[in-house]
Design a protein around this ligand. Sequence first.
Ligand code: UT7
Length: 335
Amino acid sequence: MSVKRSRILALGGYVPSNVVTNHDFKDKMGIDTSHEWILERTGIEERRWAGPDDSGALMGATAAREALDKAGLEPSDLDMIVYATLSPDQNFPGTGVFVGRELGIPGVPCLDIRQQCTGFIYGLSIADNFIRAGQYETILVIGSEIHSTGLDRSTNGRDVTVIFGDGAGAAVVGVSDDPAHQILSSHLYADGSEAEILWTEKPGSKYHPRITAQDLEEGRHYPKMQGRRVFKHAVTRMPEAIKAGLAANGLTMDDIDMVIPHQANLRINEFMTQALKLPPNKVHNNIQRYGNTTAASIPLCMHEAVELGKIKPGDLVCLVAFGAGLTWGSVFLRY
Ligand code: UT7
């Protein structure tokens, strides 16, 4: 019996309507920063932050409905939901069950995963492998994040707070026996030896209590990042993951039609583009308008590239990410 193969059937995206500009940090929040600093160091001009009616599950379900519509499918056609986030709506249960509830599909299994900025890459790999194994045929992969409710809106948190945005992206993955439209490979990596260079320490179940008034005072519930160190890893690991995918598929850099990198910092992606000698028009970025939306960034960016006609059916697409954990990886696919 031949192994079934999978493809991305369609994508969807959703961002909250509330736009936060670089100027807003200083003008509205009183943070000691500037539009020029943020633009020069990150390429970000604005991002979306959730309003009171947004939730990770609702945003994810909205992106999912678009992807399902575009694939000509109904929620009832889904066999599984994989939901990637570092910002779950609640501590437990995972947010995936709320997406299933929103889509009206009781009984459909869901798997919540973390893996931060690499969450969508891991999620696609999981979906691809469930399909290859023959257990399921149609799987929804969602990356959805609300960072804004957990950011330090004072000058202490300015390095992290200015880069993150909220949003959701979704892909419907289905069976494909056509080599012109298939997921070719996934390469996944993790190394916890420097986990603390990008993390939110508390609340955490290893602490008694999980969080104290003093922790809150000290801002231990806010994300902390050693930016330079993370930057260095990102510009090393993402090219490595791309090269691993190319080698495994017997492809060269010239074969790639479009790279969709995780949107953490435009400078990281420009550095990577130059290092790999990729023509800039073969790399799509939209961090300028959405900031770093972590697990949502790749599906949002790929969705946009498809809508703009920059990715066409049959194109060789490389998705690549690096993030907290540390985790990184790539997926190669023919769209
Ligand atoms: O998605 C997960 C993966 N995340 C990433 O890949 C992010 C990787 N890192 C980065 O993108 C960059 O390191 C940042 C954009 C976060 C920071 O840029 P940087 O060029 O590495 O700046 P830095 O952290 O070395 O800080 C340089 C200066 C410092 O001031 P002093 O010590 O030189 O006086 C910071 O305090 O810039 C200061 N600074 C700011 N100034 C104005 C840090 N954040 C800000 C800010 N506005 N928002």
